[in-house]
Design a protein around this ligand. Structure first.
Ligand SMILES: [Zn+2]
Length: 412
């Protein structure tokens, strides 16, 4: 009689093995369609086959394993995440959401257990946007929202995405066929590390994502008047940097205190600044995110208004341009409820939280209802960094919750 595997340990071992597929020895960097990326795809395909799945690779390079339902042509519950990484990445971002369901499917396969629906585990080929500065390529191809003009984007070596695809044996012309048939997808559920400190801070292994936050981003140039730091009295100054500082503090205040709302000035520059010169120019970015679009847009509105008041009072001018905006993607309430039942059925407390970072689920929402299960990170919640960590215990817990969710899954 073969023994049940320790899924926590298996997931950790495979995360380590997968992390050895890297472009840069000594660190993990695995960008779209590099040979390391191809090696990782092959490894995932092998583990999927060993778990009893039929494996296919679509035109964008997604690795898709199908575990048939009781009826072989049953529609599928989709799950997965991305296997590309940022430069000098951690080994769980994305990868966990592929390795975990493969391990769970292997268990069902071992028990010869099938469901009234199929399970498809998707290793998305590209999410981070590192190589071609276009994100979510894998999930957009599957959701049928791939922007074909992205094929002409070039990497730092000048190679177009279309050429890189051909070199990797993929057929860009077949991309439209990578779109999943809407009536064949029951839902999409993604397991992902939290990439933040909330669960760690509250001593919880897992959480249910309520929504993927929308984001607004602005680039602001403040123009004042440069002057000699010694000769211009304080009352006569038009200091661009101090106007930027006051605006930054306002953003911090305005975005504090509402759950799910965050505001960041991530870049703050005084071009050609010098110790003895009053800054005549300052350039900064604003990034505001929230769980709901109402909360985000209200904060953006207030911040833009207050910026103008501060500028008028300080006699500086502003040039404000919007550089990015995405709407919030809510997780489907019926899927959240089923996840919560899986968690409370396991005797664990249910913590709901928004995702401040973007994920494949965002793109998949164009195809079907989506949900996400967050898993606690160690090391203060750091991610996109080699210190990113999680424990085998938490992997085991998340695998148990995922299994319970699937075993009780029913589309209303
Ligand atoms: Zn990720």
């Amino acid at each position: 009689m073969n023994q049940a595997t320790d899924l926590g340990m298996l997931i950790m071992q495979r995360a380590n093995a997968l992390a050895r597929c890297t472009e840069t020895p000594g660190m993990l960097t695995r960008t779209y369609l590099t040979s390391a990326h191809g090696d990782a795809a092959a490894l995932l395909a092998q583990w999927m086959r060993e778990a009893g799945m039929n494996v296919r690779r679509d035109a964008v390079g997604n690795v898709i394993g199908r575990y048939d339902g009781i009826a072989p042509d049953a529609p599928a519950l989709l799950t997965g995440s991305h296997f590309d990484t940022v430069r000098n990445a951690g080994k769980f971002d994305g990868n966990l959401g592929i390795l975990l369901p493969i391990a769970c499917v292997a268990e069902w396969h071992r028990q010869d257990r099938r469901f009234p629906f199929a399970i498809e585990v998707i290793g998305f080929a590209e999410e981070e946007g590192v190589r071609f500065k276009a994100t979510l390529l894998g999930s957009r191809a599957l959701a049928g929202t791939f922007d074909m003009s992205a094929l002409d984007r070039r990497d730092e070596q000048g190679l177009a995405m279309r050429e890189a695809m051909t070199a990797a044996g993929l057929d860009a012309a077949a991309l439209p066929q990578a779109a999943y048939r809407r009536d064949r997808a029951l839902a999409y559920m993604e397991v992902h590390i939290e990439q933040g400190p909330v669960l760690l801070d509250e001593d919880l292994a897992i959480g249910v994502v309520t929504a993927i936050s929308g984001a607004s981003r602005y680039l602001v140039t403040v123009t004042g008047l440069a002057g000699h730091a010694g000769t211009v009295p304080m009352g006569l100054r038009r200091d661009a940097a101090m106007a930027a500082a006051e605006i930054g503090l306002h953003i911090e205040r305005r975005c504090s205190g509402s759950p799910g709302l965050v505001g960041t000035v991530g870049q703050l520059d005084v071009p050609n600044g010098a110790a003895n010169v009053i800054p005549g120019k300052a350039i900064f970015t604003v990034d505001i995110r929230a769980e709901t679009d109402e909360v985000r847009l209200a904060a953006v509105h207030d911040v833009l208004e207050e910026m103008q008041r501060i500028a008028a009072r300080r006699r500086v001018t502003l040039d404000v341009s919007k550089t990015h905006e995405v709407h919030s993607v809510p997780c489907a309430p019926w899927l959240q409820n089923q996840l919560e039942r899986a968690i409370s059925g396991d005797g664990l407390p249910v913590r709901r939280l928004p995702s401040g970072a973007g994920h494949d689920a965002m793109a998949m929402a164009a195809l079907t209802d989506v949900a996400m299960l967050f898993v606690r990170c160690g090391n203060g919640g750091i991610s996109h960094h080699p210190d990113e960590s999680m424990t085998a215990d938490d992997a085991r817990t998340a695998a148990r919750i995922f299994s319970r969710f699937v075993e009780n899954f029913a589309k209303p």
